[in-house]
Design a protein around this ligand. Structure first.
Ligand code: COA
Length: 334
C-alpha cells in the first residue's frame, strides 16, 4: 500500500465581478441582507462570450496545478473531474480536459456529488494512488452555475449565494516518510435528495416538458430548503471532521488549517466555534467568490497556498457538505 499526497494546486475564476449592489439592481435584495446571512460581498459570474465553461475553467486550473507540481501532462495517469454544471449532458468534462491538455488516451472519471464533489474526487484519486494503480492523478473541480440561477426576486434565496470558478490538484505517490493524505471519509443520505436539488433536465423532466409548459422554476432552477440545509450542514461538518481526527488519533488543536466547503460564512463560523478553532486555523474566501459548489474547496486550497496561508508540512483538514445530502472530509499533511 502506498501513500498519496498533493503535489500541486491551481485555480481559476472568471474576471467578471458581481457585487451584492449589482444584484440589488436586478432583484429585491440588498448588500446588508446578503452579507449578514451569508458573508458574501461579491462573486464571479462568467460573461456571455468570455469562453468560460466548466471544462475550460477546469482546464485552466489544471494547467496551473500541473505546472506547480513540476510534472508534465504526460506524467498524469488519470483524470477525476467533479462538477454538477457540465458543458454537455454527456460526455462529462473529464474527456474535454484530456483533449485540451493533449493527454493521450488516459482515463477520465466524472463525478457529480455537488458541494462534496471535490472531497469525493480526492477520495477516488487517493485510492488510485494508494493502490498503485496510478502515480499521479489530476483532480479537477469546476462549476459554471450563473446561467442556471433564477435571477429574479423569486430565486433570490439561492441565486445570491452561488458563483463560478474552478480548482485543481495533482494527487501523487508520496515519498517514503511523507504522511500525505491520512484519511478520506465520504457519506450520503439520499432521503434528503429534494432539499437541495435541480430536477431538470434529468430524465424525469425531459425537454418535451419544457417545450410544452415553459420554464417551471421548481424544476428548471436550483431549489434549496435553506434553513434545513443549514441545520444539517453544521451537524455533518462537525461529525465528519471529528471522524477524520479520531481515525488519525488527533485533536482539533493539531489542525493548522481547516478548509471548509465555502457554503456560507455563517456555517463555517459556527463549525469554527463548535470545534474551538482560532481564526488563523480556518481559511474562508466565500466573501470574494460566493459558493462555487464542488469547486470551492479546491479554489480555497489553491488560494491558501498562493497567499502563504498554507505551507508544506501543515496539517490540513478539508470538509464538505451539500446536495444529496452528501458530506465528507480529507485530512492530510500538505
Ligand atoms: N435578499 C433579501 N431577502 C431575502 C433573500 C435575499 N437574497 N433571500 C431570502 N430573503 C428573505 C425571505 O424571503 C424571508 O422573508 P420573509 O421573512 O418576509 O418571508 C427572509 O429573507 C428570511 O428568509 P429565510 O430563507 O428564512 O432566511 P435564512 O435566515 O434561512 O437565510 C439562507 C437564508 C439561504 C442564507 C440560509 O438558510 C442558509 O444560508 N442556508 C444554508 C444554505 C447553504 O449553505 N447552501 C449551500 C449548501 S452547500
Amino acid at each position: 500500500m502506498h501513500t498519496a499526497k498533493i503535489s500541486g494546486a491551481g485555480h481559476y475564476v472568471p474576471e467578471r465581478i458581481v457585487t451584492n449592489d449589482y444584484l440589488a439592481t436586478i432583484m429585491d435584495t440588498n448588500d446588508e441582507w446578503i452579507k449578514e446571512r451569508t458573508g458574501i460581498s461579491e462573486r464571479r459570474w462568467v460573461e456571455n462570450g468570455d469562453g468560460n465553461t466548466a471544462a475550460t475553467m477546469g482546464t485552466k486550473a489544471a494547467k496551473k496545478a500541473i505546472a506547480q507540481s513540476g510534472l508534465e501532462t504526460s506524467d498524469i495517469g488519470h483524470i477525476v473531474f467533479a462538477t454538477i454544471s457540465p458543458d454537455y449532458y454527456f460526455p462529462g468534462c473529464g474527456v474535454q480536459v484530456q483533449e485540451s491538455l493533449d493527454m493521450g488516451t488516459i482515463g477520465a472519471t466524472d463525478i457529480r456529488n455537488a458541494c462534496s464533489g471535490f472531497i469525493y474526487a480526492m477520495s477516488i484519486a487517493d485510492a488510485f494512488v494508494k493502490s498503485g494503480t496510478y502515480q499521479h492523478v489530476l483532480v479537477v473541480a469546476s462549476e459554471l452555475q450563473s446561467p442556471f440561477l433564477d435571477k429574479t426576486t423569486r430565486g433570490r434565496n439561492v441565486s445570491v449565494i452561488f458563483g463560478d470558478g474552478a480548482g485543481a490538484v495533482i494527487v501523487s505517490k508520496a515519498n517514503k516518510g511523507e504522511k500525505g493524505i491520512m484519511s478520506c471519509h465520504t457519506h450520503a443520505q439520499g432521503k434528503h435528495k429534494e432539499e437541495l436539488t435541480m430536477k431538470g433536465f434529468g430524465t424525469q423532466h425531459w425537454i418535451g416538458e419544457l417545450l410544452e409548459n415553459g420554464i417551471d422554476p421548481d424544476i428548471h432552477y436550483p431549489q434549496m430548503n435553506g434553513n434545513f440545509v443549514f441545520k444539517n450542514a453544521v451537524v455533518r461538518f462537525e461529525q465528519v471532521i471529528g471522524e477524520a481526527l479520531k481515525k488519525n488519533d488527533m485533536t482539533s488543536d493539531q489542525i493548522d488549517c481547516l478548509i471548509p466547503h465555502q457554503a456560507n460564512l455563517r456555517i463555517a463560523q459556527f463549525i469554527q466555534k463548535r470545534m474551538g478553532l482560532r481564526d488563523d486555523q480556518v481559511f474562508n474566501n466565500i466573501q470574494k467568490y460566493g459558493n462555487t459548489t464542488g469547486a470551492s474547496i479546491a479554489i480555497a486550497f489553491s488560494e491558501a497556498i498562493e497567499t502563504g496561508v498554507v505551507k508544506r508540512g501543515d496539517i490540513i483538514c478539508m470538509a464538505a457538505f451539500g446536495a444529496g445530502f452528501t458530506w465528507g472530509s480529507v485530512l492530510m499533511e500538505y
